[in-house]
Design a protein around this ligand. Structure first.
Ligand code: UD1
Ligand code: CA
Length: 456
């Protein structure tokens, strides 16, 4: 049966030393809270309740979506107090409630599901792990094998502090009992807080079985409390992502110098050089090669295409066997056909280029429809903006645009036309003919260059 899910996200995160609420800090391009919500999604919770407090409006605005509800915790008097805030709305016709921490972002859906299964509406299931250094965490106190309690670090005796098994901050509890337990919590501890972890001793006292499930990896359960921990978790996440790609056959020049902030789909025999950043949804076809220092966001690159170093692509679609860069910029709506060549310092925006068209040097194509086999000269631009509106430029197949031309849109260049270098074209250029629009070259006979007069 579907569980309820509660996510605690009200804490201040003092140690982040940031104006941004902690759970909105980004890991691999998305907020910590977003990661937790993504891990929770496959469980198809009956209720998803997010407890907000510090920066509540900002947090709520960032993750509001149908099926998610928010509870305000103000002030924040501890994790037990956080859960008290949802007691009135928590639906106990769902037998199990899974509690997640907004600052433990890399928890896996499978681990959440295992914890829900371990609870099964009748046991208190805790996610635990053994750490080399357990400082700061709540310790799992056992008698023999049986879990007796969780003791917070600040309240623990020297003997208890030696325990290396810790509570990860994630549990699944029988809903009705959880509501009862949290309402009975007392804040008689070192921090004067209502500790959610005190419900463990309550369950034991009532004879409710308490089970500890071991987290499959440390990375999954590490919390973010400081920029240092955030950076550490980012590297762990990226290492995992790189290993996944390598295992799938992608050849990374250096797995330590890759950043995936979204989803990267790769065909067979893809090669990626160092320091590339992939954001959003990126798809690379078979045999694609990406040079060093490229940034690609939300784009698709066709099979066999080569991106040389320092390219920036956003919202672009590149056909097969194309040659891009170095230093090319493809902006949203750039749709390049197969075998297109885009060279250094060429910017393409909201334009389609047909098969085998080339713009190799220092050029701009904005709001243009370009046919096949067009050669677009160095330094040429579409003047697509009149100060108020954008206009289209249409260039037919086999057109040759010379260097340093200005195509003043709206304008149409007929198929097979040639535009003389340095032309400013503001009227239609007929197909198959040479059009030149620039001052005629003149040589002035007898002209003498001025010279400086020597002072007397
Ligand atoms: C908590 C656990 C500790 C565990 C650790 C794992 C308690 C008492 N302790 O300690 O046993 O080892 O997590 O990381 O639960 N929050 C609220 N409202 C509050 C306080 C906290 O929403 O009033 C939220 C925070 O935003 C955070 C989460 O609860 O997402 C955990 O709070 P935090 O203060 O970091 O708890 P820890 O001291 O780390
Ligand atoms: Ca914490």
């Amino acid at each position: 049966m579907a569980p309820n899910i509660a996510i605690m996200a009200a804490g201040k995160g003092t140690r982040m030393k940031s104006a941004l609420p902690k759970v909105l800090h980004r890991l691999a391009g998305r907020s910590l809270l977003d990661h937790v919500l993504a891990a929770a999604a496959p469980l198809q919770a009956a209720q998803t309740l997010i407890i907000v407090g510090h920066g509540a409006d900002q947090v709520q605005a960032a993750v509001a979506a149908p099926g998610r509800a928010f509870a305000l915790q103000m002030p924040q008097l501890g994790t037990g107090h956080a859960i008290q805030q949802i007691v009135p709305v928590l639906d106990d016709t769902q037998a199990t409630t899974l509690i997640l921490n907004g600052d433990v972002p890399l928890i896996a859906s499978t681990t959440c599901a295992a914890l829900v299964a371990a609870c099964a509406g009748e046991r208190l299931a805790l996610l635990t792990i053994e750490l080399e250094d357990a400082t700061g965490y709540g310790r799992i106190v056992r008698q023999g094998d049986a879990v007796q309690a969780i003791v917070e670090h600040k309240d623990a005796s020297a003997e208890q502090r030696a325990i290396r098994e810790i509570y990860t901050g994630i549990m699944a509890a029988p809903t009705a009992a959880l509501k009862r337990w949290v309402m009975a919590l007392k804040a008689d501890n070192a921090q004067r807080e209502y500790y959610l972890t005190d419900i463990v001793a309550m369950a034991v006292a009532e004879g409710v079985p308490v089970v500890a499930t071991t987290a499959p990896s440390e990375t999954e359960v590490l919390g973010v409390n400081s920029p240092l921990q955030l950076a550490d978790l980012e590297r762990r996440f990226q290492k995992r992502e790189a290993e996944r790609l390598l295992e799938a056959g992608v050849r990374l020049a250096d797995p330590a110098r890759l950043d995936v902030r979204g989803t990267l789909h790769c065909g067979q025999d893809v090669e990626i050089d160092v320091n590339c950043v992939f954001e959003g949804e990126v798809t690379l076809g078979d045999g694609v090669r990406i040079g060093a220092n490229c940034v690609l966001r939300d784009c698709t690159v066709g099979a066999g295409t080569v991106l040389q170093a320092f390219c920036h692509l956003e919202g672009a679609t590149v056909g097969e066997a194309a040659a891009i860069g170095p230093y090319a910029r493809l902006r949203p709506g750039a749709v390049l056909g197969p075998e297109v060549h885009i060279g250094n310092f060429v910017e393409v925006k909201n334009s389609t280029l047909g098969r085998a068209s080339k713009a190799n040097h220092l050029a701009y194509l904005g709001d243009a429809t370009v046919g096949e086999r067009v050669n677009y000269g160095a330094g040429s631009i579409t003047a697509n903006y009149d100060g108020a509106h954008k206009h289209r430029t249409t260039i037919g197949d086999d057109v040759h645009v010379g260097s340093n031309c200005v195509l003043v849109a709206p304008v149409e260049i007929g198929a097979g036309a040639t535009i003389g270098g340095g032309s400013t074209i503001s009227k239609p250029a007929p197909a198959g003919q040479l059009t030149v629009a620039r001052a005629r070259q003149a040589t002035l006979p007898g002209w003498v260059r001025p010279t400086k007069k020597k002072p007397k």
